[in-house]
Design a protein around this ligand. Structure first.
Ligand SMILES: Nc1ncnc2c1ncn2[C@@H]1O[C@H](COP(=O)(O)OP(=O)(O)OP(=O)(O)O)[C@@H](O)[C@H]1O
Ligand SMILES: [Mg+2]
Length: 253
């Protein structure tokens, strides 16, 4: 059983079936890709997993527990972290303050018995400030730690959002186009970080149009088109799949 599973996940907006009978398995310790053309239903699938949207059919489970009736905050507390395709950062706050928000929320969960270890700290239990500094450094944001996020380029603001998501110590991290706005060097660094986080035990579900990045870091890839999974397999398998090439890769790579 995968850490995060969806089965038959579906949502209809009026007459439009945006996500249709989607089965995903997202394993701990791996980066799993979710790719497909614009409008395929990738962000909508994230919103269904997080509880931003309620499905018209199907279910979502985390570690064997059905979470479909839980609110977004409860799913976050159980370990589902995410970033947003359309950046959601606190623009008037500094980089460090943005990450601190995540860390303080996580600290507040202690009374619910939340006890996930930090993902990147090498042993021990860092203080709140130490953990924030560590995340800021690991995302390469040290030089801008005290800069207001609103004055950063989009690429760096995306990294802030990832650092804030990591501060809640998620078990599953949903990344919606994290490389959008990043330059080549930042994208390379992000790829290495995703692999490192997965090696530390995190389950990552990556939505990304940067196909070379997906092929480099993912162990398994699901391909969506018109709301349906049209293929899944290793990066090499989906790249060679003729249906996938016709629907997406022919134009994307
Ligand atoms: N709240 C909504 N109400 C109505 N239709 C919606 C809503 N959200 C998404 N859709 C539609 O559902 C479909 C899937 O959209 P979604 O944003 O999930 O695509 P996507 O795969 O993330 O695309 P992109 O690669 O462009 O981000 C689209 O046709 C979109 O217009
Ligand atoms: Mg999207």
């Amino acid at each position: 059983m995968a850490l995060l599973e969806t089965r038959g996940l579906s949502i209809r907006f009026g007459g439009h079936l945006a996500v249709s009978d989607v089965d995903l398995d997202v394993e701990a310790g791996l980066v799993t890709g979710l790719i497909g053309p614009n409008g395929a239903g990738k962000t909508t699938t994230f919103n269904l997993i997080c509880g931003v949207l309620s499905p018209t059919g199907g279910r979502v489970s985390l570690d064997g527990r059905q979470i479909g009736s839980l609110g977004t905050h409860e799913r976050a507390r159980l370990g589902i972290g995410r970033t947003f395709q359309r950046l959601e950062v606190f623009s008037s706050m500094t980089v460090r303050e943005n990450v601190l928000v995540g860390a303080e929320i996580r600290q507040g969960w202690a009374r619910f018995g939340h006890s996930e270890p930090p993902l990147l700290a090498a042993g021990g239990d860092p203080s709140l400030d130490e953990e924030v500094d560590l995340l800021v450094d690991r995302l390469g944001l040290g030089p801008v730690a005290d800069t207001r996020v609103g004055s950063l380029p989009t690429g760096q603001a995306r990294l802030v959002e990832i650092a804030r998501a990591l501060a809640i110590r998620p078990r599953v991290l949903l990344l919606d186009e994290p490389a959008s706005g990043l330059d080549d060097s930042e994208t390379h660094h992000l790829g290495d970080l995703m692999v490192q986080l997965a090696t530390a035990g995190l389950a990552i579900l990556l939505v990304e149009h940067d196909v070379p990045l997906v092929m480099k870091v993912c162990s398994h890839v699901f391909v969506l088109d018109f709301g349906q999974v049209i293929a899944s397999g290793t990066p090499a398998e989906v790249q060679q799949n003729e249906t996938v090439q016709a629907a997406y890769l022919g134009s994307a790579s």
